[in-house]
Ligand binder design. Structure first.
Ligand SMILES: *Cc1c(COP(=O)(O)O)cnc(C)c1O
Length: 406
């Protein structure tokens, strides 16, 4: 078999469907975010404004965070030197795990290499250990949750997105003594809508289910201490397991789960993707700790971001541009056609020095291709005016409203 030809064919399929992924090489400039240097394919560099970063609060260039990272590196060196089980658990790990447990008022926390690995590891253990468990999973759950549920080999029932009636209809017919796990997100990362957490927990109580909530796009951002939507809505004690990342609002990388001591200890003890991998380096852990602790008290960044998000939405409204109206900070601007979606982002980059990555199938359903705009704490009104001005011109010149309304 000609293996190369086979794989080239698979790549060609992606090109044909207009969903071949092209990565943009970006050199972030510390202290100048949301500006960055875009490295073009012909070796040039040009300054662009980032409009799709998850560094929502600009913590990636926060002095407190950078100092903590430097200090940890000077003190202990580069890597952790082992897996958590063998020589790679440091005081930085334990401190960060206490910090996230405290963030969610839970008994325990556990740190993973990433939010993806946290979801995959935690869900595979929880649903895998519970005998004859059935997982009730929101249809829009992130790939990492789907991966974890699949690895658990438990039965899975998918409920319509944020649909309580559908969820209850599925719960109702399950035998009473069968273990159940409801897995969902708080802020959905591609649509920017928010789950009815309280009502899901009410159903979980009624039918004896455990609850697992991915707060990846909410930790650091919502709630008086950045605990997420569950904290903002006073529901921290209602959700059994909360999951988050240090990679988005906290500005670094790494993931975590929080919950009761036995649940977290079970995940620690049984999750392969937690045990059989080198643990995170002290610099990352110290940076994440500094970031989490900082955002437990500092409101300035959250307030700035909210102000920018509100102004972005208002400006899009004024221009009549078609974004999904939701309660969160995520602003999905619908294009509705994959080739146009890429054309818009290419033109923004070439002619306006604005970088937004097109979001196409399979990340979102076909026909809903979009630009996922993120106004961060580091943007200002001028950035927003420039962006919306450019988008207005592009939508008008290319008659793009026809796709968005189809
Ligand atoms: C980004 C994301 C993750 C994964 O988190 P990482 O720390 O980036 O691996 C998990 N869940 C959701 C909903 C996400 O958007």
């Amino acid at each position: 078999m000609d293996y190369d030809a086979f794989f080239q064919n698979k790549i060609d399929d992606l090109h044909k469907e207009g969903r071949y992924r092209i990565f943009a090489p970006l050199e972030r400039l510390c202290g100048q975010f949301p500006k960055a240097l875009y490295h073009t394919s012909d070796g040039d560099k040009k300054e662009v404004t980032l409009w799709c970063s998850n560094d929502y609060l600009a913590m990636g260039q926060n002095k407190v965070v950078l100092n903590a990272m430097r200090e940890a590196t000077e003190k202990t060196g580069a890597g952790a030197g082992g897996t958590r089980n063998i020589c790679g658990t440091t005081p930085y790990h334990l401190l960060l795990e206490q910090s996230v447990a405290d963030l969610h008022h839970k008994q325990a926390g556990l740190v993973f290499s990433s939010g993806y690995v946290a979801n995959q590891g935690a869900l595979s253990v929880l649903a895998g250990l519970l005998p004859n468990c059935v997982v009730l999973s929101d249809e829009k759950n992130h790939a990492s949750m789907i991966h974890g549920i699949k690895d658990s080999r438990a039965d899975k029932l998918i409920f319509k997105h944020n649909d309580l009636d559908h969820l209850e209809s599925l719960l109702k017919v399950l035998s009473k003594d069968r273990p159940k796990l409801i897995a969902f997100e708080s802020v959905y990362s591609m649509d920017g809508d928010i789950a009815p957490i309280k009502e899901i927990c009410d159903l979980a109580d009624k039918y004896g289910a455990m609850t697992y909530c991915d707060e990846v796009h909410a930790v650091g951002l919502y709630g008086p201490r950045g605990g997420g939507i569950s904290e903002e809505q006073g529901l921290l004690d209602r959700v059994d397991v909360l999951e988050g990342t240090f990679g988005k609002a906290y500005g670094l990388m790494g993931g975590f789960v929080t919950g009761s001591a036995p649940v977290i200890d079970a995940i620690r003890s049984y999750a392969s993707s937690f045990i059989f991998t080198t643990s995170l380096p002290p610099a990352l852990l110290a940076g994440s700790y500094a970031s989490v602790e900082y955002l437990k008290t500092s409101e300035i960044e959250r307030a700035r971001m909210k102000k920018n998000v509100a102004y972005l939405k208002k400006t899009l409204d004024r221009e009549g541009l078609p974004y999904l109206k939701g309660p969160s900070h995520i602003v999905p601007l619908i294009v509705g056609e994959p080739t146009c979606c890429r054309m818009v982002t290419d033109t923004l980059m070439q002619d306006y020095n604005i970088y937004v990555q097109p979001i196409n199938y399979p990340t979102v359903p076909r026909g809903t291709e979009r630009l996922r705009l993120t106004a961060t704490a580091a943007h200002d009104a001028k950035h927003i005016d420039l962006l919306v001005g450019a988008l207005s011109e592009l939508y008008a010149a290319n008659h793009l409203m026809q796709y968005a309304q189809a």
